[in-house]
Write a protein that binds this ligand. Structure first.
Ligand code: NAD
Length: 416
């Protein structure tokens, strides 16, 4: 069976689905590994290094003809148009945020396997958890960016020219990325506080060196599968108001809050920004076209407010560390591939809980229960994409409710 690695189609994507170190295990399992020429370039991986590891370097057409196509991000229209019936495509397809891609892959007769839908709480799925591997990288990079943007030191420094006090860093959202951001900021010498709406994260945040902030105005908001639930309007307002006081007391804020399939919650309002001291820095990992965790943040841009607060709209962080993120992603995708292969051939079993979690399109249909079409939304909300996301999420939650551990945990974030 031929498995090919495609060159990524998104212009700013520097990751590649396999690195040379990952190829030996796949060839040992009886797979022929093809790599599209130049696929590793963005991560400084040459065609020769893949050939030396046992892969065959091929052109685009030959790569597109393989039985299994490996990629990191979403394929563009031309790539989908070049796929054929019966092929298997594996990547991060963010189907909760982009159901249209799952439909196009289904229409093409392609079996679409989306790594970001992996049931993360299944122990056997952990080596395949690309959301966690990429979130770890993003959290690390967010802290490094914050330190680089901050006009003062992170650590306490005592020198002949004076003493610098350590920076006060606040991390909002203590999932995988937030915990890595805390650890990294601590290693750089900052004094770190953290907050999450899921109180069970307190001990995790403390274990990596943060002081956990508990808000008095908002109760716990743990949702299904270890994720947060969306807050009500009243809770959101109370949270923003109480957080504003804490934000103003910090030099640096790193925001990582996500609610699966929904627009990231707004945690830092205009009022909170105005209360921050000039020279403060915010890195918004939730920055998206629909808005992020921070008022006024723009994905991929750095803006400075009138009162001198730098807001970094941090998008594509894993791609900005392409060697590390490709190596980790390659381990995730190889583990999944080896799980799906028996005697050198794919042996798909939709009754397997893990496989049912990741297969989003098959036999010409979108098959994942979390992608059941949303119920008709009230007409006044029809034009609001965030509301549509929320309606899709409600459908996803009700589709998986009560159907066991795997289903509940198969509602991951849409970020890649
Ligand atoms: P995520 O990216 O969906 O969200 C990041 C964080 O934002 C979460 O901690 C969430 O609680 C928080 N958040 C959401 N809304 C908020 C708000 N209004 N205010 C403050 N914080 C808010 O989460 P993630 O990092 O992908 O992982 C979340 C969960 O998945 C965790 O429970 C983690 O332990 C679990 N997980 C489990 C496994 C496993 O069992 N193998 C693997 C990975 C992750």
């Amino acid at each position: 069976m031929k498995v090919s690695v495609l060159k990524e189609s998104a212009p700013d994507e520097r990751r590649v689905a396999l690195v040379p170190e990952a190829i030996g295990k796949l060839t040992a399992a009886g797979l022929d590994v093809l790599i599209e020429s130049g696929a590793g370039q963005g991560a400084w991986l040459t065609d020769d290094s893949y050939a030396d590891a046992g892969a065959k370097v091929v052109n685009r057409n030959e790569a597109m003809a393989a039985d299994v196509l490996l990629m990191v991000g979403k394929p563009d229209e031309a790539t989908v148009a070049g796929m054929r019936e019966g092929q298997v495509a594996i990547g991060l397809f963010a189907p909760l945020a982009d159901r249209g891609l799952a439909e196009r892959l289904a229409d093409a007769g392609v079996t679409a396997v989306s790594l970001d839908m992996i049931p993360r709480m299944l122990p056997r799925a952990q080596p395949m958890d690309a959301l966690s591997s990429q979130a770890n990288i993003a959290g690390y990079k967010a802290a490094v960016i914050a330190a680089a943007e901050f006009g003062r030191f992170f650590p306490l420094l005592i020198t002949a020219a004076g003493t610098a006090r350590p920076a006060k860093v606040l991390v909002l959202g203590t999932g995988v990325a937030g915990l890595q951001a805390i650890g990294t900021a601590r290693r750089l010498g900052a004094v770190v506080s953290a907050y999450d709406v899921r109180p069970e994260t307190k001990t995790e945040a403390e274990s990596v060196g943060a002081t956990f902030i508990e808000l008095t105005s908002v109760g716990p908001a743990s949702g299904e599968g270890g994720y947060a639930r969306a807050l009500t309007e009243e809770e959101r307002q109370a949270q923003q108001d109480e957080l504003a006081g804490h934000i103003a007391r910090h030099d640096v804020v790193i925001t990582t809050a996500q609610v699966p399939g929904r627009r990231p919650p707004l945690l830092v309002t205009d009022a909170a920004l105005r209360a921050m001291a000039p020279g403060s820095v915010i890195v918004d990992m939730g920055a998206s076209e629909l808005g992020g965790n921070v008022a006024g943040s723009r994905p991929g841009e750095t803006v400075v407010t009138e009162n001198g607060v730098t807001i970094v709209g941090a998008s594509g962080l894993p791609s900005s560390m392409p060697a590390a993120s490709s190596a980790m992603y390659a381990r995730n995708v190889s583990a999944l591939l080896l799980y799906l292969v028996k005697d050198g051939e794919l042996a798909l079993d939709p009754d397997d809980e893990l496989q049912a979690g990741v297969i989003v399109a098959r036999d010409g249909m979108v098959v994942h229960p979390a992608l059941a079409p949303p119920q008709a939304a009230p007409s006044q909300d029809a034009a609001d994409p965030a509301t549509q996301d929320a309606a899709a999420q409600d459908a996803a939650e009700s589709a998986s409710a009560g159907s066991g551990e795997g289903s509940a945990s198969a509602i991951p974030g849409a970020a890649s």
